[in-house]
Design a binder for this molecule. Structure first.
Ligand SMILES: [Mg+2]
Ligand SMILES: [Zn+2]
Length: 174
């Protein structure tokens, strides 16, 4: 049977948006982010991060730095009984400094490539899944992949997730 997933954008959704973030010292979880991930874990959702990281293409940091930050995030989460199951990042940009990353790709949001890859690799049912993101391109990517996209506009991320995931079920009961 297919799995259900909650996808999160990273910068501006799980953590305060700092330009070209790769250092743990500059990483600040948004309010309710850790609790939102723990809630998703506890409710049987695979938790997947999908993040555009054009800083790699621009030469501001390398892929190893992104992997280190993601390991650090999961180490932090573990201390709070939460975890992210998978991270996907797009290192490309059409006008990249670094030729290897300079290309139009199918993974840079609003393209849905990262979400579609996660769906394949983790046997996810898109219709049973959600994506939370602070940008229009996050929502566009989700909808192209058949996943319900929910805009996070600030405040508690846990409240945002619970309101989106629980209220449709509540409406079925009344
Ligand atoms: Mg964002
Ligand atoms: Zn890409």
């Amino acid at each position: 049977m297919a799995n259900k997933a909650i996808f999160f954008d990273r910068d501006g959704t799980l953590n305060e948006d700092v330009d070209y973030l790769y250092e743990p010292e500059k990483f600040i979880w948004v309010e309710g982010a850790v609790a939102a991930i723990r809630w998703a874990n506890a409710h049987g959702y695979i938790v997947v991060v999908v993040t555009n990281q054009s800083g790699i293409a621009r030469g501001y940091y390398d892929e190893a730095a992104v992997l280190r930050l993601h390991d650090w995030m999961n180490a932090q989460l573990t201390k709070h009984g939460a975890h992210i199951d998978a991270f996907y990042y797009c290192p490309h940009h059409p006008e990249a400094e670094i030729p290897a990353y300079r290309k139009p790709c199918d993974c840079r949001k609003p393209a849905p490539g990262m979400i579609l890859r996660a769906i394949r690799e983790h046997d996810i049912d898109p219709a049973a899944s959600y994506l939370f993101g602070d940008g229009a391109r996050d929502i566009e990517a989700a909808e192209s992949a058949g996943v319900r996209g929910v805009r996070y506009t600030g405040g508690s991320l846990l409240d945002c997730v619970q309101a989106a995931v629980e209220s449709p079920r509540y409406n079925e009961w009344i």
